[in-house]
Design a protein around this ligand. Structure first.
Ligand code: NAG
Ligand code: NAG
Length: 421
């Protein structure tokens, strides 16, 4: 039994490696910066959109206690997976879409860093975010006339924590809180995306988590390196600290990956995080991207950047820039309940499908759309966010309120949230 499995594994690996060499050879010109082929049937046209000239954004000037001072107190905020809230601010300050005249703005942006509050071990916690947000909104609504005329419907906020503006890392608690009452008309730019979920409002823009572009660049290996690992994953299978009984964390899907495949030679999976993590992804055909506490993780970005086919195990996930990126064609979607059959699902994908996915992943515009580079570059995640905002223009009639039509409740929510910041 074991011997047969190993033989199958070797055959699959050899096939995969051979394919990979072929696929990478075809990509070589693109990596050297030449014109890339337009992938027919993909959303390449949308990715190529240039938002400049299609929208104007006004940035509120807020006291440093909402942004810069938080960062100064803890510069680690620049490196975690929610750092898009900081980089988006920096990007907008020097962006061509910025206007300093609020009268001509299509969108208003409030630069708040709600997740820049880290535990000693570096985990961003959102417990103070509601207070900070509410206080910032009170400030802009008092100082400028623009909030009240729409109650935020022409304002956007970057709320990248696990469950967005529900501001809790545990799903049940996040659902219990719901989206912060004052943000219920605003457009939320967030990493969280799941269909029919109280923490994903219609019209929100789902973005990739922040993964450090320079660090990834530094770990690139030659494109012709064969992909000799069939399935790769590094990360937690259980979170005994926060979920001692098991079953909540990743809704049991990660535990099931471990229990079913820990001894399967096709699966290179472990909790150890090796220094060669990024290189290993470039040597792998499939990279597992199972849900954790939230449906998404930075693995999704890493898989795309490193050309490893993402195997998405997170039912009903809404992926970043889903209107622009052909996720169905790039990745493999496996329902959480099918995890026990993961080996047969992946080994039965036809070779030509694998090659096609790898070719799509090799398109530099796919990678670019997943990254927040410094300085910004055409087609990157910043520009995709602007494209998303531009596609929501012109504002519909229901955006601006008639006098006396105010709907938001300024005193709703837990008392702790109402304290001044
Ligand atoms: C906007 O509405 C709030 C709540 O009703 C009020 O306190 C505030 O003064 C208003 N802002 C302006 C600029 O009129
Ligand atoms: C606003 O919320 C508070 C606190 O939940 C509630 O007591 C009050 O009745 C609400 N006001 C309106 C007008 O719904």
């Amino acid at each position: 039994m074991m011997a047969r499995r190993a033989l199958v594994a070797i055959a699959v690996l050899a096939a995969a490696a051979a394919l990979l060499v072929a696929a990478e050879a075809q990509q070589a010109p693109a990596q050297q910066g030449h014109q890339t082929e337009r992938i027919s049937g993909s959303a390449g046209d949308v990715l190529d959109d240039d938002p400049v000239g299609r929208l104007k954004v006004f940035i509120y000037d807020l006291p440093g206690k909402y942004n810069k001072k938080l960062l100064k107190k803890d510069p680690r905020c620049l490196n975690h997976m929610f750092a898009a809230e900081i980089f988006m601010h920096r990007f907008l300050l020097s962006s061509a879409v910025r206007t300093t005249n609020p009268e001509e703005a299509d969108w208003f942006y409030t630069p708040v860093y709600p997740t820049c509050d880290l535990t000693p071990s570096g985990l961003p916690l959102p417990f103070k975010s509601p207070r900070m947000m509410r206080s910032a909104i009170e400030l802009i609504a008092t100082k400028w006339p623009y909030w009240n005329r729409s109650e935020g419907a022409d304002h956007f906020f970057v709320t990248p924590h696990d469950f967005g503006a529900c501001f809790h890392y545990q799903e049940e608690k996040a659902i219990g809180r719901g989206i912060l009452p004052l943000l219920q008309r605003a457009t939320l730019v967030q990493t969280f995306g799941q269909k029919n979920h109280v923490c994903l409002k219609e019209g929100s823009i789902t973005i990739p988590p922040f993964a450090p572009p320079q660090k990834m660049q530094n770990h690139l290996i030659p494109g012709e390196t064969p992909r000799s690992i069939f399935v790769y994953f590094r990360g937690l299978f259980y979170d005994t600290g926060n979920d001692p009984e098991g079953g909540y964390y990743a809704r049991g899907a990660r535990a099931s990956v471990w229990e079913n495949f820990k001894n399967n030679p096709l699966f290179d999976i472990s909790t150890d995080h090796p220094p060669t993590y990024y290189e290993d992804m470039q040597r792998s055909v499939f990279c597992l991207c199972p849900l954790g506490w939230a449906p998404w993780s930075p693995r999704l970005v890493e898989a795309v950047v490193f050309g490893c086919i993402p195997v998405i195990i997170a039912d009903d996930i809404v992926l970043p820039f889903a209107d622009a990126i052909p996720w169905e064609e790039i990745g493999v979607f496996v329902p959480e309940e099918d995890v026990p059959r993961l080996d047969s699902i992946l080994t039965s994908i036809p070779t030509e499908d694998i090659l096609r996915k790898q070719r799509l992943l090799a398109n530099p515009s796919m990678k670019q759309a997943m990254l927040f580079p410094q300085p910004a570059q055409a087609g990157d995640a910043f520009h995709q966010i602007l494209n998303g905002l531009a596609r929501k223009l012109p504002h519909g009639e229901n955006v601006f309120l008639k006098p006396g039509q105010a709907r938001l409740n300024w005193t709703a929510g837990p008392v702790g949230d109402l304290k001044p910041w």
